[in-house]
Design a protein around this ligand. Structure first.
Ligand SMILES: [Zn+2]
Length: 237
């Protein structure tokens, strides 16, 4: 159920019984040559729908810009905002929701940039809970990577499972930047393009639908446990 599909009176009725809202946060970010710029957004929205079905909580309109790597500027369409700007914008939105009676805001994102997460976590609102969806143990599922990287074995598997029509299979290409160099890009201390990179980091050629199914199931379990932990206002399901 979506907040923006309701009238203000219906939202008012909802607030008589509930005080929680789910906010998917996306980003318009390059995901190499084989995945769309919406990759992180559609995964967050998918999990938001799942959580809404399980809890009866409303899903707010997706906040669809985030903080990405400065080196991605060379990839057309990839869009980033500063983390302080993002925090200011979210703080303003949360102020409104808080004053209307939304006391708990469950923010979920599939984009793990540390500055992006910092913007989400430092709005200063007490009832805001933030979940990084890929912050799960993937070691038993992945073969070529230990953790999620970018447009990689993990992210491509998830897309093959959830939105196979979005994956340009013939464009899949592995690419690995050495860890020490990658750290400089991840900390935003280097802004030049990563030499030779098609946009991914990791091994998308090892992605499978089956791995994606297992990752999504793990994500769902983890997200549901998280929202349950933070609420006493669960629905019947
Ligand atoms: Zn991603």
């Amino acid at each position: 159920m979506h907040l923006s599909d309701l009238t203000w009176q219906e939202v008012s009725d909802y607030l008589e019984a509930r005080d929680a809202l789910i906010l998917p946060v996306g980003i318009c970010e390059q995901h190499s040559r084989h995945l769309p710029l919406s990759t992180d957004t559609v995964v967050a929205e998918y999990i938001a729908e799942f959580l809404s079905e399980k809890t009866g909580f409303l899903v707010a309109p997706t906040f669809n810009y985030g903080v990405g790597l400065p080196c991605d500027k060379v990839f057309p369409g990839s869009t980033t905002i500063g983390w302080q700007d993002m925090r200011a914008c979210l703080t303003a939105i949360f102020d409104w929701w808080n004053s209307q009676g939304f006391k708990k805001i469950f923010v979920i994102t599939a984009h793990g940039d540390p500055f992006h997460l910092k913007a989400l976590r430092e709005t200063g609102h007490e009832g805001v809970f933030v979940l990084d969806l890929y912050d799960i143990d993937l070691t038993d599922i992945l073969e070529k990577q230990k953790t999620v990287k970018h447009a990689c074995e993990a992210e491509t598997s998830v897309m093959l499972y959830l939105f196979p029509e979005s994956v340009r299979l013939e464009k899949i290409e592995d690419f690995e930047t050495p860890d020490d160099l990658m750290k400089q890009y991840l900390s935003h201390s280097r802004e030049d393009a990563i030499p030779g990179s098609p946009g991914c980091q990791g091994y998308p050629s090892s992605a499978t639908k089956q791995k994606g199914k297992r990752i999504v199931e793990l994500m769902k379990r983890h997200a549901l446990a998280w929202i349950t932990r933070h609420t006493t206002d669960l629905g019947d399901t």
